[in-house]
Write a protein that binds this ligand. Structure first.
Ligand code: GLP
Length: 242
């Protein structure tokens, strides 16, 4: 695992965007998995700008979504589906045929998960996965205490996740459960980029990076990921001792 600390959100986002560009330049058929949330917003904006400037071709990539709020329609602006289409796929010219996201409206969660698991196998695994971290240490919707051997699964969400989740929606939205790639899939991604910014993330980043690896802090598993990269701004890194 590598840790990179930048002075501010702008510089860390630019570094994260450069990393994605570099991956696609080296491997134009890369399988990319993206999280949503506030943290990667600027990364995605800069990625679209840099990709346009440098004429990076995303037409052969395949994109997978990390997680989704179950029961939230894809046309709702806070859904991961809506967010990824608006922040990543459309700006990069990525077509529907290159995308597979969880269907939040499914009545059959088991087969939705199976579909995702099989697809990841079929495309040869994930080359690059970008995740943010919850203030409770979650990755995707792998909440504290998650069984880290799981593949895609549904998950009851913790109170902190439910309350911070409301911030993504323009109106109160009933959310209870999520559907997510499992930690087994996150850990198998060939590169795993974890982004954290702001003072709010400082305590959990200390636990994730400097305490023992534990499923009570799913983000701590990045410590044992050979292709793990953590990009932080100074504030998020402010509790680290080294
Ligand atoms: C959300 C999402 C995650 C996201 C994380 C951090 O609940 N399920 O995929 O990375 O929490 O969000 P933020 O970047 O807004 O702090």
């Amino acid at each position: 695992m590598e840790i990179k600390i930048f002075d501010d959100y702008e510089r860390m986002s630019s570094a994260a965007a450069d990393l994605i560009i570099d991956i696609v330049k080296r491997n134009p058929v890369a399988v990319l998995c993206f999280a949503t949330g506030n943290t990667p917003v600027l990364t995605y904006k800069l990625l679209a700008e840099k990709a346009k400037e440098e004429k990076i071709d995303f037409s052969k990539c395949f994109c997978i979504g990390l997680d989704e709020w179950l029961g939230v329609s894809p046309d709702k602006s806070g859904s991961c589906h809506y967010t990824l289409y608006h922040q990543v796929f459309r700006p990069l010219g990525i077509k529907d045929s290159q995308i597979h996201l969880f269907n939040a409206m499914t009545k059959d969660i088991e087969s939705e998960c199976k579909k995702m698991n099989e697809l990841i196998e079929k495309v040869g695994g994930i080359d690059f996965l970008l995740a943010g971290v919850g203030v409770n240490g979650h990755i995707g919707f792998n909440e504290p205490g998650a069984d880290v051997s799981l593949l895609a699964h549904d998950q009851e969400l913790h109170d902190t996740t439910l309350s911070s989740g409301q911030n993504y929606f323009s109106e109160p939205t009933p959310i209870k459960k999520g559907i997510t790639l499992g930690m087994a899939q996150v850990m198998k991604a060939r590169k795993f980029l974890l982004l954290a910014n702001g003072i709010k993330k400082a305590p959990i980043m200390k636990q994730a990076l400097e305490a023992n690896i534990t499923n009570n802090v799913p983000a701590s598993f990045i410590q044992q990921h050979a292709g793990g990269i953590v990009i932080l701004n100074k504030e998020a890194a402010s509790a680290l001792s080294k």
